[in-house]
Design a protein around this ligand. Structure first.
Ligand code: FES
Ligand SMILES: [Fe+2]
Length: 353
């Protein structure tokens, strides 16, 4: 990856958030990427606060369009997420200035007849709604814009789209994503949900590099049916788990169930800070379409909980990119590919506490 452009005084994105938990180098690299900050369905009337890379954001919708800006009123610095929405925009709770489409100030109640100076408009961030999520890029790189991560099957006919409620983890996004890619922990952590404690073997697999990360086809006989339903798979069914990693913090897992049944779990770890992660998980599937989505939410919540316990305990909290700092076993090929990919993107050893 090319060298990082120095902070430009004219760039509204240049100041690092106060109290940033990232090094400046890593913050700027992460800020070029797309990260999800909210479920689309949550962004309705009242303004919402989200935190991304230690930056507090206000997220609101006006006439259907989502606006994301720093959660600071340009007048006297009150958080706009404390305000209300009157149908034409977000109204600041202090002096009632209102911000509408594109973050433009469209009302100054104390001097309604006066022209509105440009300084009162919000500096907004590029925003995209996709996979039921609101994605934000804090500091786009104009010369080399980051692509939005791709989720397989979401738009395909016959597939149902499900958004699990966001899930908060007191840990670093990199550790969480690495855990999502880790197939050796199934028999240890996920025995209450889908795995078999007696089936601990990890067959060989080979990560294949792609322009945005890598893919892995992992075949084993670990069933993905819930515990108690393993008999549903034909005997010796070879379970294919296809991972697609989009660095730094998104990865999809497509599980090939018997027949043409497919389940896609899109693990999008949003870095609230270096120590907090909000996990967004869009799911697509072409079977069990009559099952209430609440049951899908509940099952996935249990799996995330099983993972969370480990991710929050890991030390160092961050992820060492220097391969010599932790010990590795043959099952770790995905973890190693993940760390190498992050290193290649130019991240420092910021993952080290
Ligand atoms: S601080 Fe927001 S209107 Fe004055
Ligand atoms: Fe797991």
């Amino acid at each position: 990856m090319s060298a990082i452009a120095p902070a430009h005084p004219a760039n509204p994105y240049s100041p690092l958030p106060p109290g940033s938990t990232f090094t400046e180098h890593d913050w700027r690299l992460l800020a070029r990427q797309w990260h999800p900050v909210a479920d689309s369905s949550e962004v309705t009337g009242a303004p919402l606060q989200a935190v991304l890379l230690d930056e507090a954001l206000v997220v609101y919708r006006v006439h259907g369009e989502v606006v994301v800006a720093r959660d600071v009123c340009p007048h006297r610095g009150v958080p706009l997420s404390m305000g209300s929405h009157d149908g034409e925009g977000v109204v600041c709770p202090y002096h009632g200035l209102r911000f509408g489409a594109g973050g433009r100030c469209n009302r100054i109640p104390s001097s309604p007849g006066q022209a509105i100076p440009a300084k009162l408009h919000l500096a907004t961030y590029p925003t995209v709604e996709r996979y039921g999520l609101v994605w934000v890029c804090l500091a786009p790189d104009a010369d080399n814009p980051a692509p939005l991560p791709v989720m397989p099957h979401w738009d395909q006919a016959g597939f149902q789209q499900i958004n699990c409620p966001p899930f908060d983890i007191n840990g670093f996004a990199g550790r969480q994503v690495e855990g999502f890619l880790d197939v050796a922990h199934f028999a240890w952590i996920h025995t209450g949900t889908f795995a078999d404690p007696a089936n601990q073997l990890v067959p060989d697999y080979v990560p294949v590099e792609t322009p945005t990360g890598f893919t892995v086809d992992y075949v084993s006989n670990v069933s993905n049916y819930g515990v108690g339903f393993h008999h549903l798979a034909p005997p010796d069914y070879p379970w294919l788990r296809h991972f697609e990693v989009h660095l730094p913090f998104c990865a999809s897992l497509t599980i090939h169930f018997p027949g043409d049944e497919r389940l896609v779990i899109f693990n999008c770890a949003s870095p609230v800070s270096a120590r907090r992660t909000r996990l967004f998980v869009p799911i697509a599937r072409n079977f069990n379409l009559d099952q209430p989505v609440e049951e899908v939410h509940a099952f996935n919540l249990r799996v995330f909980e099983e993972d969370r316990a480990m991710v929050e305990l890991q030390k160092p909290e961050r992820l060492p990119l220097d391969m010599t700092l932790e010990a590795h076993i043959p099952a770790d090929r995905s973890s190693i590919a993940y760390r190498r990919g992050l290193k290649k993107m130019g991240f420092g050893e910021f993952f080290l506490a």
